[in-house]
Design a protein around this ligand. Structure first.
Ligand code: MN
Length: 247
């Protein structure tokens, strides 16, 4: 059985598309937030209990974050470990720095303790036009996973261009690029005259050359980036070893 999750919420069209793809390949259960929790990253809810509403035979809605959903599912809600965690399909790209903020990616990362590689899917539009095409891409990728053996704690971050299937040129193995700083926060005045702010949109791509996730989707390819949760900056070790030796 596969565990399906997302960050756009239990009623999101992208989750429906993922269910359409996954249900052709495996038995499944959906555990997803009861509303949109985009941008929740790896947050766990520690200040209130999590409540689970069974929506139908296979779907559960949780009053928590995407990470809560997967954490809850694999640490007690489900009678046995799922064989795989699949997250998405997110409305909006998760490229470069987005992976830090993304609840879609985080839900997959929370499945890193399981034997099989977890996968996060996103489509590169906030208002996608081609859900069925994206679902077909997800189906093809998921149907090939049985033969793939990656090291433990690996997650695949998949970004799909919002294009008809016939216009998608293929699949590229990529690394994360990175973005410039986000746009400024948007100041507003609330109905009671108090100043408030909206967080602005993500920054423009800064490292988006050949080989990056940005480059692949901009050129009509599906981007597949292997991720892991180890944030250690290994290439600073020699500099830091020298510095620490002198302390
Ligand atoms: Mn989202």
């Amino acid at each position: 059985m596969w565990l399906l999750a997302n960050d756009d919420g239990i009623h999101a069209p992208g989750l429906k598309a993922l269910v359409a793809a996954a249900s052709r390949l495996s038995d499944y259960v959906v555990v997803a937030p009861d509303g949109n929790r985009s941008g929740y990253s790896n947050a766990l809810t520690l200040d209130k209990p999590l409540r689970v509403e069974q929506v139908d035979e296979r779907r559960y809605a949780v009053n928590g974050t995407p990470t809560d959903c997967v954490h809850l599912a694999i640490n007690g809600l489900l009678p046995a470990d799922p064989e795989r965690v699949v997250s998405g399909i997110n409305a909006g790209a998760n490229l470069g720095d987005d992976a830090l903020y993304s609840g879609t990616v985080a839900a997959a990362v929370e499945g890193r303790f399981l034997a099989n590689t977890a996968v996060a899917f996103s489509v590169t539009s906030w208002t996608p036009s081609y859900w069925e095409d994206a679902a077909e891409v997800a189906f093809r990728l998921l149907s090939s996973l049985d033969t793939l053996r990656l090291p433990e704690r690996t997650v695949l971050n998949v970004n799909i261009p919002d294009l008809p299937l016939a216009q998608i040129k293929g699949v590229r193995l990529t690394r994360l690029g990175h973005r410039l700083r986000a746009s400024d926060v948007e100041p507003i005045v609330d109905p009671r005259g108090r100043r408030a702010f909206w967080i602005g949109v993500a920054g423009e791509p800064a490292d988006s050359g050949d080989g990056t996730d940005f480059h692949a989707v901009a050129n009509g390819y599906v981007s597949v980036t292997p991720l892991h949760a180890d944030m250690t900056r290994y290439d600073t070790f020699s500099t830091l070893q020298g510095w620490l030796a002198d302390l």
